[in-house]
Write a protein that binds this ligand. Structure first.
Ligand SMILES: Cc1cc2nc3c(=O)[nH]c(=O)nc-3n(C[C@H](O)[C@H](O)[C@H](O)COP(=O)(O)O)c2cc1C
Length: 332
């Protein structure tokens, strides 16, 4: 069996995006945007903000669990917050050791911790001890900070600390998001670990998935930008792996339907600038798969109002703007 996880993406994979993409299908799991933990125990409102699904049994409307991701360098505070979010009903806790942002790394969190395997051990084991045994604790790391020489030590430290699973974004912090992803580094990590290892990075198409599987030896993947740019990617991968069939990608009218749904869902957000930003961001990323979306982006890029963007969307082609996939409805 192949498991596909929807990657955490701050400011991109929000509750609405998780809702839409998991209704399309193919995903076994989502991970929330990171919650930055620094000095205190957060109130419940903070966790509900990043993971509103905590109010619906920790699952999206399609029934896919959402694990809550936390990020920080202080083991005891991470543990305290993890225990609390588990009490709030998180079906799993993921720990972020991959964030490359300078502001985060300067403050002792994210990928900077990859320079010290013993600190990863300390954080993961403190979180593991604090959370009830039936709630899985996992981690997500990059191959290193500036070099890859500690990749295996970091992975071993995370596994020894009791993580149930490790996702590896196959690049260092210095490599940022620049292609290629170095999938060849994943195989020795997976060979050395007794826990499942999940491949991540630069999977945009089924062909990329197949190459990653061949090079890394790993069947389970986490996909981020690829799922935003090609909303059917997870179910295309699963159809091929589990049924040996090709499941076609959505055509543009279907994708337009998704954008219309997203616009509707975003009305929940109080700030119209943010609604417009999220909508434009998705239009832009879809341009990688759909030339119609690139063309649409040139028309909406300067628009500030989400409703003006939606109006452009209506005119984006003569075909119906309604989603033609009955699986994707409006559920808010
Ligand atoms: C805009 C953006 C936000 C991200 N936010 C997070 C995050 O909150 N937590 C995390 O672990 N990774 C985060 N990532 C990294 C992704 O989860 C993923 O590891 C990376 O994009 C590589 O996978 P991909 O090539 O499938 O996109 C983010 C990436 C991007 C581009």
């Amino acid at each position: 069996m192949t498991a596909v996880t929807l990657a955490p993406m701050e400011g991109v994979v929000d509750v609405y995006m998780r809702d839409i993409l998991t209704q399309i299908g193919g995903f076994d799991l989502c991970v929330s945007e990171f919650v930055r933990v620094s000095q205190n125990l957060y109130p419940a409102s903070v966790f509900y903000k990043y993971c509103p699904e905590l109010r619906t049994g920790g699952k999206t409307a399609a029934g896919v669990p959402v694990h809550v991701q936390i990020m920080g360098g202080e083991a005891s505070v991470m543990a305290e917050n993890a225990a609390f979010v588990a009490e709030l009903g998180a079906p799993g806790i993921d720990i972020n050791f991959g964030c490359p942002a300078k502001s985060v790394n300067r403050r002792d969190a994210g990928a900077t911790l990859l320079q010290w395997p013993e600190r990863l051990y300390e954080i993961v084991s403190a979180v593991r001890r604090a959370v009830p045994p039936d709630i899985p604790v996992s981690a997500k790391m990059r191959l290193g900070f500036s070099e890859k020489n500690l990749a295996l030590d970091n992975a071993l430290a995370i596994a020894a600390a009791g993580a149930a699973k490790l996702t590896v974004h196959a690049r260092t912090k210095l490599e940022g998001y620049k292609a290629p992803a170095h999938w060849e580094y994943l195989r020795p990590i997976a060979d050395a670990l007794a826990i499942p290892v999940v491949a991540n990075g630069e999977i945009w198409t089924v062909q990329d998935y197949l190459r990653c599987r061949e090079i890394s030896g790993l069947k389970d993947v986490m996909i981020g930008r690829g799922a935003i740019a090609r909303p059917t990617l997870a179910r295309e991968i699963v159809a091929l792996e589990q049924q040996g069939v090709e499941n076609p990608a959505y055509d543009w009218p279907n994708v337009k339907g998704l954008l219309v749904t997203y616009h509707e869902l975003l009305r929940d957000m109080s700030n119209p600038d943010r609604q417009a930003g999220r909508l434009k961001q998705w239009v832009k990323l879809l341009g990688r798969t759909y030339p119609e979306s690139s063309e649409l982006f040139t028309r909406v890029r300067r628009l500030q109002s989400p409703d003006h963007i939606a109006a452009e969307l209506e005119h984006a082609s003569l075909l119906s703007a309604e989603s033609q996939d009955p699986k994707v409805g409006r559920c808010y």
